[in-house]
Design a protein around this ligand. Structure first.
Ligand SMILES: [Zn+2]
Length: 216
């Protein structure tokens, strides 16, 4: 994915088709839908009282009208965009969507080097992931092995909580049920395995180390 694709995902509305599944499992008629830019989706999530994410299982009385996690993500992205604009002395208009697009147009005309480009791109990809993880949490599981890097089998502390087995694997499923976007994180040493190959290697290493250590 190029930096421009990532920019579009964050800031540009797109049309898509969905094919609804009927109750009897047959496919319905394809429908055209409009997918809002991710920054708009997270902004809307901040004040949506009816959002259907995991929190909706809470008691109505304790359910917050303001989604603080969404607000934190949105505020963080907004302040990054403002900082990027300030760096190239570009005025901001208090609208992160158009500010980010205007920033990109001007910044890319300044011929940034590869280093800077990849830095900016990876920050933008981080936003995409944060927004998607919030709006549509990935599937996850916890392998019951110690982290092969730090060697620990527990994580966390008394105040923030934690537990056994620090490595958490997350992934997403396509409509057809195939897996993508594999990622693993050690919640103890914060190391990340990014991509299906890296996660597969991690799995092998965990099992191998366990075998070397003998049965306990
Ligand atoms: Zn670790």
């Amino acid at each position: 994915m190029s930096i421009l694709d990532t920019l579009d995902e964050l800031t540009k509305e797109r049309k898509d088709h969905i094919v609804p599944k009927n109750d009897d499992g047959t496919l319905g008629k394809a429908q055209k839908i409009t997918v809002k830019p991710l920054i708009v989706q997270i902004r809307e999530a901040t004040y949506s009282s009816s959002n259907a994410k995991s929190g909706s299982a809470a008691q109505p009385s304790t359910r917050s009208v303001l989604d603080f996690d969404a607000l934190t993500i949105y505020a963080n992205i907004t302040s990054w965009i403002r900082a990027w604009c300030v760096l190239i002395e570009l005025e901001t208009h208090n609208d992160p969507v158009s500010d980010l697009r205007r920033w990109y147009m001007y910044w890319s005309s300044l011929n940034p080097d590869d280093n800077e480009t990849s830095e900016r791109h990876s920050k933008m990809r981080e936003w995409v992931r944060q927004i998607k993880d919030h709006l549509d949490p990935p599937k996850e599981y916890t392998p019951k092995y110690p982290c092969p890097v730090c060697g620990h089998s527990e994580w966390g502390d008394m105040i923030n909580g934690g537990g056994l087995w620090p490595v958490k694997v997350t992934y997403r499923l396509t409509e057809e049920g195939s897996r993508y976007d594999d990622r693993a994180l050690c919640r103890r040493c914060q190391i990340v395995w990014d991509g299906a190959d890296a996660v597969a290697e991690l799995g092998e290493e965990m099992v191998e180390r366990h075998a070397e250590g003998g049965s306990c």
